[in-house]
Design a protein around this ligand. Sequence first.
Ligand code: NAD
Length: 354
Amino acid sequence: MPAPFIYSASPGRVVFGPGKLASVGTEIEALGCRRALVLSTEFQRPDADALAASLGGMAAGTFTEAAMHTPVSVTEKAMTVYKESGADCVVALGGGSTIGLGKAISWRNNAPQIVVATTYAGSEVTDILGQTENGRKTTVRDPKIRPETVIYDPDLTLGLPVAMSVSSGLNAMAHAVEGLYAPDANPVTSLMAVEGLRALKSALPRIVAAPEDRDARAEALYGSWLCGIVLGSVAMSLHHKLCHTLGGGFDMPHAETHAILIPHTAAYNATAAADRLSRAAELFGGDLGGGLWDFASSIGAPLALADLGLKDSDLAKAADMAVENPYQNPREVTRDGILDLLTRAHTGQRPVTS
Ligand code: NAD
C-alpha cells in the first residue's frame, strides 16, 4: 500500500524534439506575447544572435551577459535593457546560468518565460531561483518563478563538451536520488526519478563514446527533464545542502561539485533510506553509493574535491557550515559523519556504505 502523500502536478508546457528551436516564435505567440528579449551567456552569444535573427520582428533584442549564480548586478542591468527594448517576454537560451537570469527578471516584473534548455541542470522546470549579492547566495522558491514554456531540442546539445555533459548529467541524477527519499516524495515523482536515472545511466556512456550520438543526446535531455521536475517538486536534503555550502562558501563549480558528491551522499543515506532507494540501487548493482562512484569513474567524471581546488584545511570548516542549521535528512547529519564523507570525496576514494 502506498504511504500517504500529496501530489501537485508541475505546471508548464514542454516541447521536445530535434529541430524544435524553430518553434520559439510559435511559443511566444501561444503565450499571447509579441516581442522577446533573448538571453544567453557571452559564450552562447552567436546562438542568441542567430535565434534573434530568425525571430525577426518578434525579437526585441539580446542580452548576453548571463553569469553563474545569477549576480543581482547583472539582473538589474538586464531589467533596464528589457524595459528599453519594449519586450513583453524573455527567451532564455542556455543552461542554469541563463535560465537563472530569465527567472530573476520574471520574478521582478512577471515577464512570461520561454526556456530553451541546453544543459542537463534542470533549472528550467523548477520554481527555485538562487541569486548572489555582496558575495552571498540566497535562494527563493515561488511558483511564479517556474518558466511557462520549455523547449528541449537535443540538436542544441550535440556540442555540449563531454566533460560538461558528464558533470551536468550527474547533477541531474543527484536531483533524482535525493527526490526518492524526500519527506514529500510521492509515487509520481519517484517514478520520474527512477526513469530519469535509468535514462541518464544509459545515455551518458554513449555520449562519452560518441558526443554527437543524437539518440543518446535526446535520451539524456529526456532524463534531465524528469530529474529537474523532481528537484522542482520535493524538498532536498543532505546532498544539495552540501553542494550549496561548497558552492557558496568555497566558490566550487556547480555541476562538478554535484558530480563528485552524489556517490558519497547516496552512500551516507543508503541504509537509512534503503526502502526508498531500492529501485535506484538496483540500477547500480545493489550498492547505490559504490555503484554511482563506479559509474562516474567509468565515464571520466571528476572524483576528488581536491582537484577542484578545495584545500585540506577547508574540510573542517565545510563540515561545520554543513551542520550549522539542522535540516531534514533520512540519516542524522553529524559533524563527524560529514567530515568523514568530505574527506573521502576530497581525495577521490570510493564511498563506503555505513
Ligand atoms: P551554465 O549555464 O553556467 O553553463 C556553463 C557554460 O556552458 C556556459 O558558458 C554556457 O554558455 C555553456 N553552455 C551551455 N549549454 C551549452 C551547449 N549546449 N553547448 C556548449 N556550451 C554550452 O551551467 P549549468 O550547470 O547548466 O548551470 C549552473 C547554474 O545553474 C548554477 O548557477 C546553479 O546554481 C544553477 N542551477 C539552478 C537550478 C534551479 O533550480 N534554480 C538548478 C540547477 C542549476
